[in-house]
Design a protein around this ligand. Structure first.
Ligand SMILES: Nc1ncnc2c1ncn2[C@@H]1O[C@H](COP(=O)(O)OP(=O)(O)OP(=O)(O)O)[C@@H](O)[C@H]1O
Ligand SMILES: [Mg+2]
Length: 324
């Protein structure tokens, strides 16, 4: 399958107040193939949103790119000019941001905001055509009475509806790659199911990079999974490989923490500890101090990446060095 997006040893960090750069994303390497949906999973603070923003080239000023490439259709996005990125954003690669309220402009009506994307990328369309396209798009994401809704402002929409407006805006130019950052977290279960249904249908038209804490959502939508911990890809593989044969202790911990109806009154498992900040990462495996299978080497040396199948990779010292 041809590759649409390739992360190749991408490393970046943030500058702190005294100018020291603390590495966050470290040698991030994974692919998104055409027509596939890839789930990026990991706890809060693992670097999922920063990974998305890196593709869009929307990192804050304090971010420093330390190496690697992000290749879209064979071209390194890190080498594009700002103008070239403006043409790519929204048309080829679009993003649904984690917080819909902060990404919509409160003083502009919804119709104008969605229409602006078309105005920018489709100069061939006139006002009337744009209005019709926006109306159809709102209908597609399940907003009732779209003609009336066009003239309303973000605060007049519920949280779930704003999320759909964001989806409408991100997909109106039919991007080849849609990046969705926690598109369902703030929603109740019924709306969540509706939004997932919309995403499932969109998936048929292009590739999807879906960031979520929720492994149930990944199981429902994704073909491939990338597991991130503290800025590193600790394991990646097809959905079946990750769910049926998780190999990294962190992935196993995430799986064990999924609530099930049958778990009854037993206490739900959670991985002890929390994700460290980037100025506290260990020199070796960043998961070492939370890992139940930790041994000396883990703390000192970055583990190598081991290939388990054509698509399954794990970055861990286990089964590598311990027996020697
Ligand atoms: N502008 C910034 N300056 C400095 N550090 C930042 C900045 N943005 C993010 N970080 C740090 O980078 C790390 C990763 O943040 P990121 O937002 O990517 O996490 P995430 O995996 O998306 O988490 P969540 O699931 O909570 O959305 C965190 O430790 C965060 O504090
Ligand atoms: Mg995030």
């Amino acid at each position: 399958m041809p590759k649409l997006l390739e992360f190749r040893n991408f490393s970046m960090g943030f500058k702190d107040d005294d100018g020291t750069v603390h590495n966050l994303l470290n040698n991030v390497t994974f692919d998104i193939e055409e027509g596939r949906a890839v789930g990026i999973v990991g706890e809060s603070g693992c670097g999922k949103s920063v990974t998305n923003l890196s593709v869009m080239r929307l990192l804050p000023r304090s971010a420093v790119i330390q190496g690697g490439k992000i290749i879209y259709r064979g071209q390194n996005l890190l080498k594009k000019t700002d103008k070239e990125m403006e043409d790519i954003r929204g048309k080829d690669v679009a993003m649904i941001f984690q917080e819909p309220m902060t990404s919509l402009n409160p003083v502009l009506n919804i119709g104008f905001q969605i229409g602006e994307v078309l105005k920018k990328h489709r100069p061939d369309m006139n006002e009337e055509q744009i209005k019709n396209a926006v109306t159809n798009q709102l209908e597609l994401v399940g907003i009732p009475s779209p003609e009336k809704r066009l003239k309303q402002y973000p605060h007049q929409f519920s949280g779930g509806m704003r999320q759909r407006v964001m989806i409408a805006m991100a997909t109106i130019c039919q991007p080849d790659l849609l990046i969705a950052d926690e598109p369902t977290t703030a929603l109740d279960v019924t709306i969540q199911a509706q939004v997932l249904d919309i995403m499932n249908r969109l998936k048929d038209k292009g590739s999807l990079m879906l960031v979520t804490h929720n492994l149930g959502v990944v199981a429902e939508i994704c073909n491939d999974v990338v597991v991130m911990y503290a800025g590193t890809v600790v394991e990646k593989g097809s959905m079946d490989e990750i769910f049926d044969n998780p190999c990294h202790p962190y992935t196993k911990g995430l799986m064990a923490a999924i609530p099930t109806l049958s778990s009854g009154k037993e206490e739900l498992y959670s991985i002890p500890g929390t994700v460290p900040l980037s100025n506290k990462f260990s020199a070796g495996c960043r998961f070492a101090d939370r890992c139940s299978q930790y041994f000396d080497l883990c703390q000192d040396k970055v583990p190598p990446t081991r290939q388990l199948s054509a698509s399954h990779y794990v970055q861990c010292w286990l089964d590598f060095e311990r027996r020697e």
